[in-house]
Design a protein around this ligand. Structure first.
Ligand SMILES: NC(=O)c1ccc[n+]([C@@H]2O[C@H](COP(=O)([O-])OP(=O)(O)OC[C@H]3O[C@@H](n4cnc5c(N)ncnc54)[C@H](OP(=O)(O)O)[C@@H]3O)[C@@H](O)[C@H]2O)c1
Length: 336
């Protein structure tokens, strides 16, 4: 008998009027259902990112071919490999690279992946912590690397982190604090998450309403750098509050995909806006970011910001992340 495995499968349906909708179902599949790829994995861990929330709750914009296994992160053990870079038994991780968007993803007990973006799990982390970091933490580290490459050091002034209690924000705060930066955390949950954010290393916590309404094109200079996961007027205000020559990284759109600002911070303060794309990051950058995550993220803090759930509970967590109810990172024990 062919072995089956569990997977969250997203499919698309049309009603009698032709209106399309998507639903995710915990399904039994076989290896014959997996797409092309050169490395097969027993997946042990995945995670819930904002994109996974959208995919599992049937929202458009993430899954682009149907039916598709959801999950933009996969961490597992190689069971067969057509490339010399990996051997059976290697513990590996994959973030983005089309997983859960146009290739079968990591919310499943089995995966067949393309090795071009595959990275060995750093020994210092192990599989569960690597998945707890996941795309959100990887993106946080890509943002920190962009800030460092701009030449910003802890002596230059505070760094603002928006969407602070979310996945990207939480890990960005923990890494920046460990590197010695003064961190200002912007959150909509000052009362419930303020202590949590200070434990991660935030020196101060501000209410996100201070940034969410339209403001002046140039405001008091406060920050050497901004790590933004929110977009819209929040990012515009953050740009307006950057010190001369500062940098803001933009990875997300939790408030909105718009950028309703002016060029004034660019032409009068020489600030830089750096885009962060984890999905298509080249292999060398992936390896650099993961090596840094293994050394520059406190494992105890990571454990503190991580919640573990079983595969069957992934859709409940998806609903919660879209409602803004989760904090930190949610790791999925795929075989739990
Ligand atoms: N470019 C990339 O490669 C990449 C990679 C990963 C993630 N992302 C994007 O980055 C964003 C964050 O991802 P995540 O996984 O960290 O999601 P998450 O855990 O849901 O965190 C998002 C945080 O944004 C804040 N937020 C939510 N709604 C908001 C609003 N209306 N106005 C202002 N702030 C709001 C909340 O923080 P508080 O409760 O603290 O206010 C929330 O926790 C998402 O848009 C995601 O798609 C992009």
């Amino acid at each position: 008998m062919t072995a089956t495995f569990k997977a969250w499968l997203v499919d698309k349906q049309a009603d009698a009027s032709g209106n399309a909708s998507q639903t995710a179902t915990l399904s039994d599949l076989t290896d014959a259902d997996l797409g092309p790829g050169d490395v097969d994995l027993d997946v042990h861990w995945s995670s819930i990112n904002y994109k996974d929330g959208l995919a599992l709750m049937g929202r458009p914009g993430v899954v682009r071919s149907w039916p598709l296994i959801a999950g933009i992160d996969a961490v597992g053990t190689v069971t067969s490999s057509d490339t010399d870079r990996f051997a059976t038994g290697d513990e590996v991780l994959l973030n983005g690279a089309g997983l859960g968007e146009n290739r079968h993803g990591g919310l499943a007990e089995r995966a067949r992946v393309v090795s071009a973006s595959l990275v060995k799990v750093p020994e210092a982390l192990g599989g569960k912590r690597a998945a707890a970091i996941g795309t959100a933490g990887f993106t946080a580290m890509l943002s920190v690397l962009a800030v460092e490459r701009h030449g910003v050091t802890p002596n230059d002034g505070p760094v603002l982190v928006t969407g602070a209690a979310g996945g990207v924000g939480s890990i960005a705060i923990a890494v920046l604090a460990r590197l010695g930066f003064e961190v200002v955390a912007s959150t909509g949950r000052v009362d419930s998450q303020g202590d949590y954010l200070r434990r991660l290393g935030a020196n101060s916590v501000i209410d996100r309403v201070e940034l969410s309404d339209a403001g002046k094109p140039l405001q008091s200079q406060k920050y050497a750098a901004v790590i933004d996961a929110v977009g819209s007027t929040t990012l515009v205000n953050a740009l307006a509050q950057l010190n001369y020559g500062g940098i803001a990284t933009a990875c997300g759109l939790a408030q909105g995909a718009d950028l309703p600002g002016t060029v004034m911070p660019f032409i009068l303060r020489g600030v830089t806006l750096a885009g962060i794309n984890s999905v298509e990051a080249p292999l060398a950058l992936r390896e650099e970011a993961w090596a840094r995550l293994a050394t520059d993220l406190d494992a105890g803090l990571l454990d503190e910001l991580t919640t573990e759930i079983a595969l069957a509970h992934a859709r409940n967590a998806a609903e919660q992340i879209l409602r803004g109810e989760l904090h930190g990172r949610t790791v999925v024990n795929v075989r739990g």
